[in-house]
Design a protein. Structure first.
Length: 92
């Protein structure tokens, strides 16, 4: 829940935890155990995939709202701009 609150405060799309299913659940629980030993890299990788899936879902919704035209839709987050079918990392 904390991660959901954090992304909402940052103006990012809701997190899509659908990537953590099946065998990935065990990977998630292993990442939690590894994090308890102060190694956060496995959890970072999981959240990287969660955020990527969330952005893809948000973009799909944005394009559907715009009638499927990438040229007529623009979706912005604080760190990622998706415009005219191009993903551009914005410099901070």
């Amino acid at each position: 829940m904390l991660s959901t609150l954090m992304v909402l405060q940052a103006g990012l799309p809701l997190l899509n935890f659908g990537v953590i299913k099946g065998k990935q659940r065990e990977t998630y629980f292993a990442a939690v155990r590894t994090g308890m030993a102060r190694n956060q890299e496995p959890m970072r990788e999981i959240f990287r995939r969660v955020v990527q899936a969330s952005n893809q879902r948000a973009l799909a919704g944005c394009l559907a709202t715009a009638g499927g035209s990438a040229r007529s839709a623009a979706f912005f987050t604080p760190s990622i701009a998706i415009e005219e079918s191009t993903l551009v990392r914005k410099a901070r």
